[in-house]
Design a protein around this ligand. Structure first.
Ligand SMILES: C[S@@+](CC[C@H](N)C(=O)[O-])C[C@H]1O[C@@H](n2cnc3c(N)ncnc32)[C@H](O)[C@@H]1O
Length: 301
């Protein structure tokens, strides 16, 4: 059982929540961060190794997403891949939709999973550009490499590593993209500062991710719902202030899809460890979870 998933120091919880700050700096929390990442890794290794890997968690019912088309991918983006066009997505949006990624750009994808966004980015940047993915799960990296090979693209590379400590040179990428990954990090401020470090001055970030409000402690402590992109979320306000604190500017939310209470209830209820009266609690505690698209900019020198 995870003991400390909360992003606030307990004694300062309410005060800091109001200020939009969060903490993951104590020794105890660092130990737990490692443990949390191991659990997330195990879940995604299992998920991609399944015969029909449509779910992102250990339970068949608690899924981040099902089909690419359901989370905003257009037909033309999915068609004409020499690779299997049913590349599994564990995302919660389509970060590259309507983005201004241009030919020749360098794109870095945080946690690319099986690689759908890597291939979409490769199409946008063309042979003169470069696409890099960084993922910590060996099984996901293997699957992404298979998909890249079948697609026959030469300028896409997947590196093994953590998004909290990117194996990427400073000021080297034009774009950081990510799809439903940062919510899974127990050390979000490290991720935000790594994004700011690797972006070239004038570079941009555009991510699809999950955020939430009023997430109670018992929900934060739920392992399978953590990997299902629910329990590890921070609020939109905290997310935006974390990016600003890392030095990024023009931070904004361009899309927001709030889960309907019925969807959220069925999600939470599907975890066997939870046997509470979910419907009533979700309503009473005003628990909210949303998929958002967030963009930011690293100021030019
Ligand atoms: C929800 S899946 C999203 C995959 C992909 N972006 C997509 O849209 O299908 C999360 C992915 O992020 C990776 N991941 C999670 N936390 C990570 C971390 N701290 N460092 C590196 N990779 C991480 C997992 O291994 C997994 O491949």
């Amino acid at each position: 059982m995870i003991t400390q998933l909360c992003y606030y120091k307990k004694d300062k919880n309410q005060k800091n929540k109001e200020k939009g700050e969060y903490f993951m700096n104590t020794k105890e929390q660092k130990v737990d961060a490692k443990k949390i990442r191991e659990e997330v890794k195990e879940t995604y290794a299992k998920a991609i190794s399944r015969k029909n890997p449509s779910c992102c968690c250990s339970l068949e019912e608690t899924c981040c997403s099902t089909k690419a088309k359901d989370i905003g991918y257009r037909e033309e983006e999915l068609n004409n891949f020499p690779a299997d066009s049913n590349i599994t997505t564990f995302g919660c949006g389509n970060p590259l939709a309507y983005s201004e990624v241009r030919e020749g750009d360098v794109v870095l994808d945080l946690g690319p999973g099986a690689g759908l966004d890597l291939l979409i980015a490769a199409r946008k940047v063309g042979p003169s550009g470069q696409v890099i993915g960084v993922d910590m799960t060996e099984e996901m990296i293997t699957k992404a490499k298979e998909n890249i090979k079948v697609a026959g693209v030469k300028n896409v590379e997947v590196r093994k590593g953590l998004i909290e400590n990117l194996p990427v040179e400073s000021s080297s990428v034009d774009w950081v993209i990510s799809n439903c990954v940062i919510n899974l990090s127990p050390e979000k401020e490290k991720v935000f500062s790594e994004i700011a470090r690797v972006l070239k001055p004038g570079g941009r970030m555009i991510v699809s991710d999950m955020v939430g409000e009023n997430i109670p402690e018992w929900l934060r402590e739920n392992k399978s719902l953590y990997s299902a992109c629910i329990s590890g979320v921070v609020s939109e306000k905290e997310y935006l202030s974390g990016l600003r604190k890392a030095g990024l500017e023009k931070v904004k939310v361009s899309e927001r899809i709030v889960y309907q209470s019925d969807e959220l209830e069925s999600f939470i209820k599907s975890s066997p460890e939870i046997s509470k009266d979910i419907k009533r609690i979700v309503k009473e505690q005003d628990i909210k979870v949303a998929s958002v698209k967030i963009s930011a900019y690293k100021p030019a020198l």
